[in-house]
Design a protein around this ligand. Structure first.
Ligand SMILES: *[C@@H]1O[C@H](CO)[C@@H](O)[C@H](O)[C@H]1NC(C)=O
Ligand SMILES: *[C@@H]1O[C@H](CO)[C@@H](O)[C@H](O)[C@H]1NC(C)=O
Ligand SMILES: *[C@@H]1O[C@H](CO)[C@@H](O)[C@H](O)[C@H]1NC(C)=O
Ligand SMILES: *[C@@H]1O[C@H](CO)[C@@H](O)[C@H](O)[C@H]1NC(C)=O
Ligand SMILES: *[C@@H]1O[C@H](CO)[C@@H](O)[C@H](O)[C@H]1NC(C)=O
Ligand SMILES: *[C@@H]1O[C@H](CO)[C@@H](O)[C@H](O)[C@H]1NC(C)=O
Ligand SMILES: *[C@@H]1O[C@H](CO)[C@@H](O)[C@H](O)[C@H]1NC(C)=O
Ligand SMILES: *[C@@H]1O[C@H](CO)[C@@H](O)[C@H](O)[C@H]1NC(C)=O
Ligand SMILES: *[C@@H]1O[C@H](CO)[C@@H](O)[C@H](O)[C@H]1NC(C)=O
Ligand SMILES: *[C@@H]1O[C@H](CO)[C@@H](O)[C@H](O)[C@H]1NC(C)=O
Ligand SMILES: *[C@@H]1O[C@H](CO)[C@@H](O)[C@H](O)[C@H]1NC(C)=O
Length: 486
């Protein structure tokens, strides 16, 4: 009996102690998400806000050119200090008073850490920009969670390290967060999924690892999310498809694996999707063809298999499609070749594409780069290519393309590169190519071409490489420039 009472009493004591300590812990550390927003706000006069700034200033170095040096020279009125913005607030006594609402010290040459910045003394802060201070290092203190009115935060281009503190979940007013180009490690805290106003999340260029938390799919106001250039692994969570206001999603340059969730095709607002340089596999979901405002779709250097969905012909806003360096098979769908009239860049090199070059490509009058090299393409170069009036680069080498080079290609006055080596082209170079005045590289070696080089080509004054020596007859007075790779 007596024995069993001891733990109970102890439990109660611990519980009471915990209850007493909890508010203190929360307002001090702001580690949990239960902190009442206004807890830290009481009793912070403008003077103590200024004091917090001066306290931090004395702990860091800064560029001698920056006016940070003059802080405090004019007394304790921070609203006139460089980089500081004040706003008005109604005090408890009903009078209007100044409070610090903004700190903007981008590129101020600050060297040091954030530890000595007492965020608890700056509870009215709305905008905090310490970006491009390359020697601002150390961890982001958990105390940052006490900035309950913070709307925008920019630490990009600093040298912060350590984890992203979970206390960020207390920043309920945050609309934009830019921590890109730092040295942050650890996982993306799932707690960020609680920042319901967040519209911009930039974490590009850190060393973040772990998975993408599905919790980010709760951020209904999210418009731009950039997690690129990190070490993030695992699958792309299908919950991201719940971001129904998303315009921009960049997951490139990570270690993501598995398929692209087909649900991403539901994000009707998506304009940019970057997935390149990961280890993504499986087939490319046809549902992405429903993204009618999509302008950029880049997924090169992954492990995708299967065919290019014919539904991509519905991507009427597309400007750039890059699926190169994957394991894609099958032909280029006619719908894709003929319908994407806004496309300027189209690249499928380094796959296992079969079939011939669709003559529908002739419809793509805005296309500047067509790259189909290193595939298994057969058939001849369609004469319709001569209608692609914006074409600058035609890159089709290392296929099994046969037949003669079309005369119509001579109409492409913007053409700068014609790479068609390692194919089975026959016949000779049409004299019309003398009109390609912008041509700088024409590589046609390792084909079955014959006949003289047309004299008209002597007018191509920018031409550097035409073929490897000996593969064609010299037709004009300029010396051959040997192909460095030939
Ligand atoms: C702040 O600057 C303004 C304009 O330069 C000046 O009139 C005012 O006296 C300054 N306030 C304080 C408290 O120094
Ligand atoms: C953050 O600051 C950098 C450098 O000052 C700037 O280029 C970037 O656009 C800012 N980020 C946001 C979201 O405004
Ligand atoms: C990032 O942090 C690691 C240690 O965690 C350090 O070795 C490296 O130099 C840092 N990189 C930069 C760019 O500061
Ligand atoms: C989000 O907030 C709720 C309450 O506001 C809390 O219960 C939950 O733990 C938070 N989620 C995360 C991931 O922090
Ligand atoms: C996404 O939406 C679906 C359906 O509306 C819902 O069941 C799911 O819980 C949501 N996921 C997230 C992470 O919000
Ligand atoms: C990529 O995924 C494949 C399986 O699909 C796996 O065998 C390989 O190790 C992964 N590569 C990297 C670099 O993660
Ligand atoms: C595209 O959207 C329509 C209407 O929402 C839907 O019926 C169709 O299944 C979607 N297509 C794909 C390929 O998901
Ligand atoms: C190609 O575009 C036409 C007209 O814009 C459209 O009717 C057709 O559905 C598109 N084809 C495909 C396969 O998307
Ligand atoms: C030619 O393309 C194939 C893929 O179709 C590739 O495996 C091969 O390495 C390429 N050859 C050269 C010389 O690049
Ligand atoms: C090129 O375009 C013209 C005019 O739009 C059209 O009449 C002609 O058939 C096209 N040529 C080819 C080879 O597709
Ligand atoms: C080179 O261009 C000039 C003027 O543009 C033209 O008169 C001449 O015929 C051209 N030479 C050849 C060989 O086509």
């Amino acid at each position: 009996m007596a024995n069993s009472m001891v733990p109970t009493l102890l439990h109660r004591l611990v519980l009471v102690l915990l209850l007493l300590l909890l508010p203190v812990l929360n307002s001090g550390q702001a580690e949990g998400c239960a902190t009442p927003a206004a807890a830290a706000r009481r009793g912070t006069s403008l003077r103590s806000q200024a004091g917090a700034l001066l306290h931090w200033k004395s702990s860091v170095k800064y560029s001698s050119k920056h006016q940070l040096g003059t802080w405090g020279d004019d007394g304790m009125y921070p609203c006139n200090w460089t980089g500081i913005t004040c706003g008005d607030t109604l005090s408890r006594r009903g009078t209007m008073g100044k409070v610090i609402t903004g700190i903007s010290l981008d590129g101020a040459g600050i060297a040091g850490r954030l530890d000595k910045l007492r965020f608890q003394s700056l509870p009215y802060l709305v905008n905090l920009d310490l970006s491009d201070n390359y020697h601002l290092s150390g961890a982001i203190p958990p105390g940052i969670g006490s900035l309950s009115m913070l709307s925008t935060l920019n630490f990009s281009g600093d040298q912060l390290s350590g984890h992203i503190p979970a206390s960020f979940c207390n920043l309920g007013q945050l609309t934009g967060m830019d921590l890109s180009s730092n040295n942050l490690t650890g996982q993306i805290p799932p707690a960020l999924g609680n920042l319901s106003r967040l519209g911009f999340l930039y974490l590009r260029g850190n060393r973040l690892s772990g998975n993408i938390p599905w919790h980010l799919g709760q951020l209904q106001n999210m418009r731009e999310m950039d997690l690129s250039l990190n070490d993030i692994s695992g699958h792309v969570p299908s919950a991201l498809a719940n971001l129904t206001n998303l315009n921009y999603l960049d997951l490139s340059d990570n270690r993501l694996s598995g398929p692209i969730p087909k649900e991403l095709g539901h994000i009707q607002t998506l304009q940019v999707l970057h997935l390149e340089k990961n280890n993504l596999s499986g087939t490319i979901p046809p549902s992405l063809g429903n993204l009618t405002v999509l302008t950029y779709l880049t997924a090169y250097r992954n492990q995708y298999t299967g065919t290019i969905p014919a539904e991509f012909g519905m991507l009427s806003s597309l400007i750039s499609l890059d699926l190169s360096d994957n394991h894609l098979t099958g032909p280029v769908p006619y719908s894709v070749a003929g319908n994407l009239t806004s496309v300027t860049y189209f690249s499928l090199f380094g796959n296992h594409i079969t079939g011939s070059i669709p003559h529908e490509f002739g419809n793509l009058v805005n296309l500047e780069t067509l790259a189909l090299s290193d595939n298994l393409i057969v058939g001849s170069v369609p004469s319709s290519i001569g209608n692609m009036s914006s074409l600058k680069q035609l890159i089709i080498h290392n296929n099994s393309i046969s037949g003669e080079l079309p005369t119509e290609l001579g109409n492409l006055v913007n053409l700068e590169y014609l790479m068609s080596y390692e194919n089975q082209l026959s016949g000779s170079i049409p004299p019309s190519y003398g009109k390609l005045v912008k041509m700088t590289q024409m590589r046609l070696f390792n084909n079955q071409l014959s006949g003289p080089v047309p004299p008209a080509l002597s007018n191509l004054t920018n031409l550097v490489v035409i073929a490897q020596p000996g593969s064609l007859t010299h037709g004009f007075g300029r010396p051959w420039v040997p192909d460095p790779n030939g």
